[in-house]
Design a binder for this molecule. Sequence first.
Ligand code: GLU
Length: 553
Amino acid sequence: MDYKELADLIFPNAKPIEEYEKQYPERNLPEGAVVTRFAPSPTGFVHLGSLYQVVIAQKVAKQTKGLFFLRIEDTDQKREVENGVTEIVTSLKDFGLEADEGMTGENSEKGSYGPYKQSLRKDIYQAYAKYLIEQGKAYPCFCTPEDLEEMRTKQETAKIRPGYYGVWAKCRNLTVEEMVQKIKEGKPYIVRLKSPGREDRKIKHHDVIKGNVDFPENDQDIVIIKADGLPTYHFAHAVDDHLMKTTLVIRGDEWLSSIPLHLQLFSMLGFKAPKYAHIAPIMKEDGGNKRKLSKRKDPEAAVSYYTELGIPKEAVVEYLYNIANSNFESWRRANPDKSVDEFDLQINKMSVSGALFDMVKILDISKTIISKYTAEKVYEESYQWACKYDETLRKLLEENKEYSIRVFNIERGNKKPRKDIAKWSDVLQETEYMYESLFEAKKHEYPYQTISTSDKVKEILDAYMKEYYHPEDDKQTWFDRIKELAGSLGYAKEVKEYKANPDAYPGHVGDVSTVLRVALTGRTNTPDMYEIMQILGKEKIEKRFELAKKALK
Ligand code: GLU
């Protein structure tokens, strides 16, 4: 009896690996092209940290004229959820990060290095496991869960390093005859790697992000094929990234400690190992401590959170560039109108430790991005969002299309565009005062500021409508008239004058404007009042001032 016979007994139908080696030739890509991938489990949840990895992986591939593919790692079938793949594919699409190759739906894919779903690659893993068994580099293990539990307890009591290795690896030293005998008796088994490593020896590794690291060699006889015939993550990683020709594995740094095992697997299989870049997780401040952004505790850990709030995809992606490379911010300042595609990302400059999540920053980026949109685009995007998430806004936009575009156009398209909208869920709140139906339905507080007594407010509103409001005025004349109004009522016509002699006036032109603004919109802060008045028109302005007067005590 030899290993070959043992291997045939275990995997009688597995093909020789040469067939697969032929089926997956080297990729025909230009020199220096980097092949990257995203390899999630189909749990139906996309974490912001995963999106971060995707942004980086796709960018590196694009920058080098390489390729980025999506592989679904569904060998742990307990973790699977219905439509888990669709969910991932859709999320990537929502953020404009479609893969060049790989899964495109629950059961569809593109590219010639598939199948891209691991459960469909069972035969392939078994062929490579058989190849290892044939060389005595892997073996069947018959230990029962009880045996393993007993081993663990013994190791714990004796305070010995846990695991299946060395003298603890009971099945490793069975003879081929003993193994064959047990299989023929129908004993259940799994397949383990026969690790040649020694814990007292070190391996050196250069990680693209973490730099030089060394680790003890792997000496664990890890499981490569489970009882259900499917591979473990580690084994599938080696086989797939070899066959699919990944040149740079970009993944979360929770996998960094698996490097000794992974390099060992590549070497035992006779494969060239890819390079690795281990990304630090996004952190969150919690009660003075830093911890990983958590799927369980933090709603903002899910990428769906941003879509639901209506934060444009570019804003989220741009935020991720910000945390990826510290020079991104100055690049953006120097190139405010360029697409992030033009930024030269340097993966080796990524931080070794995790960046702190910053929602204020995301919203800030988002405000700037939205401020550069045309009014038509603001309309279109907020309408698309509202169709899914906000019925009131959907109806409002649908029934007032032209008008809404005019409203969005206030202070837009100029050098310093308005920045009041950070997300589509702000639109209603930030523009409702422009719609009669919404404005009238609301009870307004009228937060007057410096000038706030009823008679003074009334005096300003009446005088304005009687003498100083001329619908046809251009902006300069409009403002000059507000100055005149201020002067006529004893307020300073210029802020400068007021500041030079504050005791001489009860307020200045700005305070008078505030009265007009508050009466008109119910708020102290709005975009340009001239444009607002232009859009509302005489009749509505009069009506609003009447409403405001009625509300005075
Ligand atoms: N399926 C693994 C995970 O979801 C992939 C890790 C890797 O990229 O290799 O964590």
